[in-house]
Write a protein that binds this ligand. Structure first.
Ligand SMILES: Cc1cc2nc3c(=O)[nH]c(=O)nc-3n(C[C@H](O)[C@H](O)[C@H](O)COP(=O)(O)O)c2cc1C
Ligand code: SF4
Length: 448
């Protein structure tokens, strides 16, 4: 299953996570020498509507978590009314625990991302791009700013029009550093943050494609989604469709490659580019050198903690966009799994993740604001052995009542909390039950 030649990251090697010496950022000249900006050239030879249609046909699923078709999203953008700017926001917030992939794209191949940005702006007739980057990504912010400056100097962006005036459409690109909060990765909270306000998600509709940043039509895409576009343009649809899986009957395909950042109890954690559909076991054994210390696999967070957990018998789950429907998790998410070995205390993992969601809730919706704190306290009690079986049922009930999909919250943060807790309870029930006391039943009510 290992790709002979990685695609997105072809200019950089797969790197061990966190190696401080690996700072080989590709500059403009090196990028151009390896077919850089060829995809943009091709896109500018086409009508912008045809570019949208091509990306739609490629069924490029969003790499930021939800897996929504990028081409379809692009096709929703309101027509140009000539009354002001139209925006692209690039989501590089990457605060989902366990996720580290966008950072590496920026670190090593920033022009690939800029090429994707330029193509998206041409396709959707957007004239201002905001690159929204996580506050803690100091180095990456410097790398990206340098690349943006280079792209201006080489005439990719600027008032002369894209690619040294090849088309009259001019695009400006700005870096915007987040003040730092997980919720600012949610697309409408991101818009609020760019507008200089507190990062509170907005009620939808209206959707950003119609009324987004400063009330104008806006497309929001993840860094990796945009980085996939140049190769689709340059190498073509057939090539793209030859990688990945065709998906379940009646569903959408999972074509192309995906950056998968693997962390946890594996021998060699790292970020790898792999074809969608690769079994988790292959990812761990072939790419990460197997489980750390030869221990047995116990479970894995599917792709960011918001997606919930894969059980011990789900090690062979293919990492594609059907994983949610087939394996009882919310979805593929960011495809960055955190792997747990046989010694892991899953109750402690759940409590730790619940604390994260409690701290990161923005507080607008009661079920998320109150429920997340309530669940954390229950999990603490369970971990300490102070809870009863009734707490397990209550925990399940509280978790199952919060979320966008339950119709009780504004954004999906609560769904992440919900899925993490419920899948843990379902797939590792025995571990929770061993930590609780039987429910207290007064003598006069118990069966005689
Ligand atoms: C709480 C929360 C945090 C999110 N954080 C991110 C993030 O850090 N990066 C990201 O690309 N998408 C994040 N998303 C998803 C975005 O809302 C949005 O779906 C995505 O940026 C769209 O890009 P895509 O279609 O290219 O994936 C988050 C969603 C939620 C609910
Ligand atoms: S679900 Fe939670 S994070 Fe999202 S808007 Fe409501 S309170 Fe805020």
């Amino acid at each position: 299953m290992r790709l002979a030649e990685p695609i997105l990251t072809r200019r950089i090697p797969s790197v061990p996570h966190g190696d401080p010496k690996d700072r080989r950022t590709v500059d403009y000249d090196a990028f151009v020498r390896t077919d850089g900006y060829k995809g943009l050239e091709k896109a500018l030879d086409m009508d912008s509507a045809a570019v949208v249609a091509l990306v739609k046909d490629a069924c490029l699923r969003g790499r930021g978590g939800a897996g929504f078709s990028a081409g379809l999203k692009w096709s929703f953008v309101a027509p140009d009314d000539g009354k002001g700017h139209r925006y692209l926001c690039i989501n590089c917030d990457e605060a989902e625990p366990g996720t580290f992939k966008d950072r590496l794209l920026v670190d090593f191949d920033p022009h690939l991302v800029l090429e994707g940005i330029a193509i998206a702006c041409w396709a959707c007739k957007l004239d201002v791009a905001y690159f929204f980057i996580r506050g803690e990504y100091h180095h990456q912010a410097r790398v990206m700013q340098r690349a943006i400056d280079e792209a201006y100097a080489k005439g990719i962006f600027g008032k002369q029009g894209l690619l040294r005036g090849k088309v009259k459409h001019a695009v400006d690109c700005y870096l915007h550093r987040s003040a730092g909060a997980y919720i600012c990765g949610e697309e409408t909270a991101l818009l609020e943050a760019v507008e200089g306000k507190r990062g509170w998600p907005r009620v939808k509709p209206p959707f950003p494609a119609v009324k987004g940043l400063f009330g104008r039509p806006t497309i929001i895409n993840n860094v990796e989604t945009l980085a996939a576009v140049p190769d689709i343009m340059h190498r073509g649809l057939e090539w793209w469709k030859s990688i990945g899986t065709n998906g379940m009957p009646g569903g959408q395909p999972s074509w192309g490659t995906k950056l998968m950042g693997v962390s946890g109890h594996v021998a060699r954690p790292g970020c790898f580019e792999a074809p969608l559909g690769i079994p988790l076991r292959t990812l761990v054994d072939d790419y990460c050198g197997g489980m750390r210390g030869g221990k047995r696999f116990k479970g894995a967070i599917a792709g960011g903690v918001s997606m919930g957990v894969l059980g011990t018998d789900q090690f062979d789950a293919p990492m594609d966009f059907d994983i949610g429907r087939k394996f009882g998790v919310l979805g593929l998410g960011t495809a960055c799994p955190t792997v747990f070995d046989e010694d892991t205390d899953m109750v402690a993992v759940t409590r730790n993740c619940a604390r994260f969601f409690m701290n990161e809730s923005c507080g607008q919706c009661t079920p998320c604001r109150e429920g997340s704190g309530w669940m954390f306290k229950m999990l603490l009690r369970i971990e300490r052995g102070d809870a009863t079986t009734a707490d397990l049922d209550l925990l399940e009930e509280v978790a199952g009542s919060m979320g966008l999909s339950e119709g009780t919250t504004i954004c999906g943060l609560a769904d992440g909390n919900n899925w993490l807790v419920r899948t843990m309870l379902k797939k590792f029930r025995g571990e929770f039950e061993r930590r609780v006391k039987p429910k207290f039943v007064p003598l006069h009510l118990s069966a005689r």
